[in-house]
Ligand binder design. Structure first.
Ligand code: GLN
Ligand code: ZN
Length: 784
C-alpha cells in the first residue's frame, strides 16, 4: 500500500532538531526521487518484475526520503519539502489523493495501494495505462488525470500526511508540498466519452472539499507551512482561468487559517495579470518565483510585491547542472531586501531539483576543472544555504571565494573558449541561409540521379540492437577488444542490415546505426565542448531516466564522425545509402546547455559542426543525408510570445547544416510525434527535401493539416506503422493507411516508411513488418 512503514535504519537514526533560530531563510522547492545511484529505479523494476516484495520497495523508498531530509537538515535548510517523493509521478499522487481513479481500473474505493496506483501508471494485463505527457517544457512526463462530471472524488491517499509524519518522526519539520487545485484541473483532460469541451474547472467545487480534509489532517499532525505548486500560473491563461485561482483560495481560506501558505510558481516569467491574481490570493502568505528562467519577474516583484508577505526567491537553477554565480545571486537578493522585510525573504531554487542530476560526489572520473563549474541537486542545496547565510551577514568567505574562482576559471578557460568558433557563429545571427534552388527543382535534379520508383520506401535509421551488438560496443569501450575486432564486428552487422534491406527490396537504405549507443551521445562524444557524467541521471518518467551530455564549451568538430561508417555501408550496395546525422536543435534540446551565452548561439555552433559533417559526407559520395530533428518541437517555449523567436533560430540552425550541398544531394529530416500542426509553417521553412514523421498513432491529425490546404511540395513520409509496439501490421492495413494519405497528398511526394527507428524492436518483428510495408507499397504502385 502507499502507507509507508519506516525501515529499521530510519528508526535508529539520530534526531534532527536544529534550533530554528540557527536556520537561515532557505527553501528547496522539491528534490529528485531516484536516488544518487538510481536506487528507486532498480527497486521499482524489481518489484514490477515480481522479484521483490512491496515491503522491500517501501524500504528503499523510505531510506531515500530519510536520507534526503537529513541531507537538507544538515545543510541548514529551514523550509524542507516533504511529499515531493513519488513512486511514479506527483500528478498521479494527486489523482490518488483525490480518488480520481478512472472506472476501468475497478478500484475498490479504499486507500489506494500499489496495485491500483501502478495500474494507472503502467496499465495491467487487461487495461491500458493512463496517458502520459510532458511536464511543461521539461523532459519529465506526468500521468494526465482523466476527469468528467461523474467522477466521485474522495480522500483516497494519505501520502502527503504520512510523509509529513515520517519526516517529523526523525525530527525534521517539513513543508508538505501538494499540487494546487487549479493547476491539477488545468493539467487534466476530459475522460473518454466526455465532451472535449467539458469545463474541467467546473470540478473545482468537488475537489476543494478533499483539499480541505488534507489540510486539516496536516494541521492536526503539526504542520505550520504548506506549499501548493501552481506552475500553470506562468502560462498564457485566460481571465476565467485566473479567476479560478481567486475562487479556489478564497474557498480554502478558512481551512488554511493558522498556516503559512506558499504558492510556488516556476519555469518562466509570470505574466503581469497572473502576478496580480497570485499576489491578491486570500489566505496565502508566501509566493515563490523562478528568477532564473524569468528575467522580467524581478521587475514585477520590485514594482508590486505586497507588503508583509514572504518572498521565496528562486535564484538557484533547478533545471541545469551549473554552479550558481553566488556573488551575482547575492546582488539580486540584496536588491530585494528593500522590497521585502528581511525576515520574509527566503532563498530558494528556481523550481524542483527533480530536473537536475543528483550528486556530484558520484562523478570521480569527471575532469576536475569542469567539475568545479558544476552543482547537482546535493550541491545546490548547499548553495541555497550559503546564500541565505550570507544574507544574514555571516557570509562563508571561503565558500564564496572558491565559487568566484570557479566562475572566473569557467569564463577564461581555453577549454570553453574557441575564438574561431565564436566568430563563425556570431556571423550567422541575423543572416539567412537557404539553398539557392527551390525544392521542386531540387527534387527533379535528385530524381535524375537517384531514379527512385513512386512511393519510395525507406526506414528511419536504426535497426534492432541485439544483446551481442551491445556487448561488442561495451567491450570496445572498456578496451577489452581491439579496434580491429570492433570494426570487423560492426562491419558485419552493417552488411547484414544492408543485405536484409536489399532482400526486402527497400529503395533508400540505411546502415542501421549499430555503432551508436544514443543519437545525441554518439555525436557529443566526438565533438569538442561536451562532457559526460557517470551518474548524472534525470527522471524522464516512472523508472526511466536520461543522462544528458553537458555542453560546457564552444562546439567544434575535430574530425569526421560518420563518414567512415556511411561510406563503408555505401560500398556494400548500389542502392542509395542514407548518411545519418542528429541535427543541432535535437542535440541542444537533449543536453544540459551552457548558461553563459544564449541558447541560439550554442545551437549555431553545433549547426556549423554538423555542416562540416554534411559536406564531408557529400564529398565522400553520399547522395542522401538525413539530419534528425526529433526534438525540435519539444524545445518550444511555454509562452506563445516566445515561440516565433525560438522557431526562427531553430529552423535557421537546421538550414545552416545543409545550405552548402549541391542540388542533387537529397536532404532528409525526421521528427518524432506528429503534433506539430501548429508549427507546420516552420517545418516547411526548414526546406528539407524529404521529411519523415511519426504519424501512425494519429493519422487524422496530421493529414488534416494538408486537407485544410497547407501546401507541401517537398517529399513527405508519414510513418505507416507504430514501432513502439511489437504488433506486426498487415499488408492491407498499411495499404489502407497509404491510400488515406494519397487522398490528401500528391503521389509524387509521398514516401513510405515506419514511424521511427527500429532500435528497440526484435528482428522477428522488424522483418515481417517491413515485408508487409514493401508489399503494400508495391500493390499500390501497380494500381496507380
Ligand atoms: N535515426 C534515429 C533512429 O532511427 C532516429 C531516432 C529518433 O527519431 N528518435 O533511431
Ligand atoms: Zn523518431
Amino acid at each position: 500500500s502507499l502507507h509507508y512503514t519506516l525501515s529499521q535504519s530510519t528508526k535508529t537514526s539520530p534526531c534532527y532538531h536544529l534550533s530554528s533560530s540557527r536556520k537561515m531563510a532557505s527553501h528547496i522547492v522539491g528534490y529528485p526521487r531516484m536516488g544518487p545511484k538510481r536506487e528507486l529505479k532498480f527497486a521499482l523494476e524489481s518489484f514490477w518484475d515480481g522479484k521483490s516484495s512491496a515491503e522491500e520497495l517501501e524500504k528503499v523508498a523510505a531510506d531515500l526520503r530519510v536520507s534526503i531530509w537529513k541531507q537538507m537538515a544538515d545543510a541548514g535548510i529551514k523550509y524542507i519539502p516533504s511529499n515531493t517523493f513519488a513512486y511514479y509521478d506527483q500528478v498521479l499522487d494527486t489523482t490518488a489523493m483525490l480518488g480520481a481513479v478512472p472506472p476501468r481500473y475497478n478500484w475498490s474505493g479504499d486507500e489506494i495501494g500499489f496495485e491500483t496506483y501502478f495500474s494507472m501508471a503502467r496499465g495491467n494485463a487487461s487495461v491500458p495505462a493512463m496517458e502520459m505527457t510532458k511536464w511543461f517544457d521539461t523532459n519529465y512526463h506526468f500521468i494526465v488525470p482523466e476527469l468528467g462530471p461523474d467522477v466521485k472524488f474522495s480522500y483516497a491517499s494519505h501520502k502527503a500526511v504520512n510523509e509529513y509524519k515520517e519526516a517529523k518522526s526523525i525530527g525534521v519539520d517539513t513543508v508538505p508540498v501538494i499540487i494546487g487545485p487549479v493547476t491539477y484541473l488545468l493539467l487534466s483532460k476530459p475522460a473518454k466519452g466526455v465532451e472535449k469541451t467539458f469545463p474541467l474547472l467546473s470540478l473545482l467545487d468537488k475537489i476543494l472539499p478533499i483539499y480541505k480534509e488534507v489540510i486539516a489532517e496536516l494541521k492536526a499532525a503539526g504542520a505550520s507551512w504548506i506549499q501548493f505548486d501552481e506552475p500553470t500560473l506562468v502560462m498564457d491563461l485566460e481571465s476565467h482561468q485566473l479567476e479560478a485561482f481567486t475562487k479556489a483560495y478564497a474557498e480554502l481560506e478558512s481551512s488554511l487559517s493558522g498556516l503559512d501558505v506558499l504558492i510556488e510558481t516556476y519555469f518562466a516569467d509570470i505574466p503581469g495579470d497572473a502576478f496580480k491574481t497570485l499576489t491578491s490570493l486570500k489566505g496565502v502568505t508566501a509566493f515563490g518565483f523562478d528568477l532564473v528562467r524569468g528575467t522580467k519577474t524581478l521587475n514585477l516583484i520590485k514594482s508590486a510585491f505586497p507588503s508583509g508577505k514572504y518572498l521565496f526567491a528562486g535564484v538557484v537553477d533547478g533545471r541545469n547542472i551549473w554552479a550558481n554565480d553566488l556573488d551575482a545571486s547575492l546582488v539580486t537578493l540584496k536588491s530585494l531586501e528593500d522590497i521585502v522585510a528581511k525576515d520574509k525573504l527566503v532563498v530558494s531554487t528556481s523550481c524542483s531539483l527533480l530536473h537536475t542530476a543528483v550528486d556530484l560526489v558520484n562523478e570521480p572520473k569527471l575532469d576536475a576543472e569542469i567539475k568545479s563549474w558544476l552543482a547537482f541537486a546535493a550541491q545546490k542545496v548547499v548553495e541555497v544555504n550559503a546564500l541565505a547565510t550570507a544574507l544574514t551577514g555571516q557570509k562563508d568567505e571561503a565558500f564564496f571565494s572558491a565559487n568566484a574562482a570557479a566562475q572566473a576559471s569557467r569564463k577564461s578557460s581555453p577549454r570553453v573558449n574557441n575564438e574561431a568558433v565564436q566568430k563563425a557563429a556570431a556571423a550567422l545571427k541575423g543572416s539567412d541561409h537557404r539553398r539557392a534552388t527551390n525544392v521542386t527543382a531540387r527534387l527533379d535534379a535528385q530524381q535524375k540521379k537517384l531514379n527512385l520508383p513512386i512511393l519510395p520506401t525507406t526506414t528511419i535509421g536504426s535497426f534492432p540492437q541485439t544483446i551481442e551488438l551491445r556487448r561488442v560496443r561495451r567491450e570496445y569501450k572498456a578496451k577489452k577488444i581491439s579496434e580491429e575486432e570492433y570494426v570487423k564486428s560492426i562491419k558485419e552487422e552493417i552488411n547484414k542490415v544492408v543485405k536484409l534491406q536489399e532482400e526486402l527490396d527497400i529503395d533508400v537504405l540505411v546502415h542501421g546505426e549499430p555503432e551508436r549507443n544514443d543519437m545525441v551521445e554518439y555525436f557529443g562524444e566526438q565533438l569538442s565542448g561536451f562532457a559526460f557524467t557517470a551518474n548524472g541521471w534525470v527522471q524522464s518518467y516512472g523508472s526511466r531516466c536520461v543522462k544528458p551530455p553537458i555542453i560546457y564549451g564552444d562546439v567544434s568538430r575535430p574530425k569526421p564522425m560518420t563518414v567512415f561508417w556511411s561510406t563503408t555501408a555505401q560500398s556494400m550496395t548500389k542502392r542509395p545509402m542514407k548518411g545519418m546525422l542528429t541535427g543541432p536543435v535535437t542535440i541542444l534540446n537533449w543536453s544540459f546547455v551552457r548558461n553563459d551565452q544564449p541558447r541560439f548561439e550554442t545551437c549555431y555552433q553545433i549547426a556549423l559542426a554538423i555542416k562540416d559533417e554534411v559536406e564531408d559526407l557529400e564529398k565522400a559520395g553520399i547522395t542522401v543525408i538525413q539530419i534528425d530533428e526529433a526534438a525540435l518541437r519539444e524545445g518550444l517555449p511555454l509562452r506563445k510570445a516566445e515561440h516565433a523567436f525560438y522557431l526562427d533560430w531553430a529552423v535557421h540552425s537546421f538550414r545552416i547544416t545543409n545550405v552548402g550541398v549541391q542540388d542533387t544531394t537529397q536532404i532528409h529530416t525526421h521528427m518524432c510525434y506528429s503534433n506539430f500542426n501548429d508549427i507546420i509553417h516552420s517545418i516547411i521553412d526548414m526546406d528539407a527535401d524529404v521529411i519523415t514523421i511519426e504519424n501512425s498513432r494519429s493519422d487524422e491529425k496530421l493529414l488534416s493539416v494538408f486537407r485544410e490546404g497547407v501546401k507541401y511540395g517537398a517529399g513527405i513520409g508519414p510513418g505507416v506503422y507504430d514501432i513502439h509496439s511489437p504488433r506486426i501490421p498487415s499488408t492491407e492495413e498499411i495499404a489502407d493507411r497509404i491510400n488515406k494519405m494519397l487522398a490528401v497528398l500528391e503521389t509524387n511526394i509521398l514516401w513510405v516508411n515506419p514511424d521511427c527507428g527500429l532500435k528497440t524492436r526484435k528482428y522477428t518483428e522488424v522483418k515481417p513488418a517491413l515485408q508487409n510495408m514493401v508489399a503494400a507499397c508495391k500493390l499500390l504502385r501497380s494500381q496507380l
